[in-house]
Design a protein around this ligand. Structure first.
Ligand code: OGA
Ligand code: NI
Length: 211
């Protein structure tokens, strides 16, 4: 059973293909959203987050001054409380393949915590040494977010830019190879689930770039 109807997916993908991104407010049914939010809180309590690096799941490099978030990579085999989320990610992948004619085969997702005072400088999510990220998906999890907290996602299109506040249960999908973006300085803890749909299994890109 899918969570969303084909019509919902098609209308989101229409915007995604016209604008290279789509923002979807009140994305998940509340109960599912809360489960991810609680999972996030538990991982914070367990001190499971690590300083982020530039690169991807299997190819990371810490470069100071580029990004200041702390992340926890999700693992389908260990994070079984999130089985419903992996089902939703499978659904998203299948719908992208069906309606956007992509050939995605996998995804990699992490939780991200930007402490007050952190940011992520302007960048593209597709790295030149490893080019299998096709679509970025972010779910923001910040209740009572205030404008003065900053921390917006700034997205750059050819002639303009737009600010997206990291409001709870707001989802954004965008083209990883096409859309430059940055996270503006946040003045409060900023929580999200962030990931990428890939056209090869997560491990293979690593093998190819190192062969
Ligand atoms: C990233 C990123 C944006 C955000 O993790 O690559 O750009 O709004 N995140 O969290
Ligand atoms: Ni990014």
């Amino acid at each position: 059973m899918n969570i969303f109807t084909d019509d919902e997916w098609v209308s989101w993908f229409d915007t995604l293909s016209n604008k290279d991104y789509v923002v979807i407010d009140n994305f998940l049914p509340t109960a599912l959203y809360s489960r991810i939010r609680h999972f996030f809180e538990n991982k914070l309590k367990e001190d499971a987050f690590r300083k982020s690096a530039i690169g991807s799941l299997f190819n990371e490099q810490i470069i100071e001054g580029v990004r200041g978030d702390y992340i926890y990579w999700l693992d389908k085999n260990k994070d079984t409380d999130l089985e419903f989320l992996f089902k939703l990610l499978d659904e998203t992948k299948n719908m992208l393949n069906r309606y956007c004619y992509l050939s995605l085969s996998d995804y990699e997702f992490h939780l991200a915590h930007y402490p007050s005072g952190s940011f992520y400088k302007r960048h593209l999510d597709r790295f030149n040494n490893r080019s299998n990220r096709m679509i970025t998906m972010i779910l923001y999890m910040n209740e009572q977010w205030q404008e003065e907290n900053g921390g917006q996602l700034k997205i750059y299109t050819t002639d303009t830019s737009e600010l997206v506040a990291p409001l709870s249960n707001r989802c954004i999908l965008f083209r990883s190879d096409a859309l430059e973006h940055e996270v503006l300085l946040t003045r409060a803890d900023r929580y999200s689930l962030t990931g990428w749909f890939l056209y090869q299994p997560a491990g293979l890109g690593y093998m190819l770039t190192n062969s």
